[in-house]
Design a protein around this ligand. Structure first.
Ligand code: ATP
Length: 236
């Protein structure tokens, strides 16, 4: 079953159109990567799906249109956005940040279990549960941002540049954990990533954006075999 179907999506900042024609299709439980140079429209694509920027075209989630919904309404449908820059609360502790992610939920016992799951997925956060967000390293903040999204029990997670600014070994750790999350939970994922080598460890397929349009879409295996992808994204 198709979980998310984006077709002919456009997006605007004020009067400036930054997305011209974007299509994306994600099966339930699937993971799709979005690649592209700076300014190609990757972040805006995620923001348009989550209702943070004005968009045109069609966005359907679980068969229903997301047209005109506010970000909180999109989140309530089951889409969790882990934004670029992470967006964790620096004056709340790790545990409090995780609880914020679950604010819509009434199942207190499972919320507790999910906090334990997040701390098991990201053991680095275990010694930090009482630390303020501001005391965390960049890697720990990224882990916390993903944890907060997990706490909403979404069906789809939008991940924006989860490796940005992290040391290579930390970025690998984060992607390994996301892979495990995917296996454990079956959450579908849209993964925006500059580091295509990392993205390809996680996604089944990917699309390349240029100036607000898809220019190439294929399975991970197909894309890895293409010279232009190797040259532009895989360093060789
Ligand atoms: P990056 O990797 O640099 O984040 P991206 O592919 O995610 O790149 P977007 O951030 O989606 O690209 O930006 C797409 C275009 O929209 C760019 O030309 C950018 O300058 C423009 N843009 C982004 N945010 C705004 C904004 N708030 N107001 C006006 N224009 C914006």
């Amino acid at each position: 079953m198709t979980l998310l179907e984006v077709s002919r999506m456009q997006a605007f900042y004020g009067r400036v159109q930054v997305l011209e024609d974007i299509s994306l299709s994600i099966p339930d439980g699937g993971a799709v990567g979005i690649l592209g140079a700076n300014g190609a429209g990757k972040t805006t694509t995620l923001r348009a799906i989550s209702g943070a920027v004005r968009s045109g075209g069609d966005i359907r989630f679980d068969g229903k249109s997301l047209r005109g919904l506010r970000p909180d309404q999109v989140a309530a449908r089951g889409i969790a956005h882990v934004p670029e820059g992470r967006g964790t609360f620096s004056d709340l502790t790790v545990r409090e940040n995780l609880r914020v992610g679950a604010y819509r939920r009434k199942d207190a016992k499972q919320v507790h279990e999910d906090i334990d799951y997040c701390l098991d997925l990201f053991p680095q956060l275990q010694n930090r549960v009482r630390s303020n967000g501001s005391a965390l390293s960049g890697g720990e903040q990224q882990m916390l941002a993903i944890g907060r999204a997990i706490m909403a029990r979404p069906r789809l997670m939008l991940l924006d540049e989860a490796s940005l600014g992290l040391a290579p070994s930390t970025a690998k750790t984060v992607y390994k954990a996301i892979g495990r999350l995917r296996q454990d939970s079956g959450i579908a994922m849209v993964v925006v990533e500059q580091n295509a080598n990392l993205a390809f460890t996680l996604v089944d397929s990917a699309t390349v954006l240029e100036a607000g349009r898809n220019v190439l879409t294929g399975s991970t295996a197909e894309l890895k075999g293409m010279d232009e992808i190797r040259r532009a994204y895989l360093g060789g």
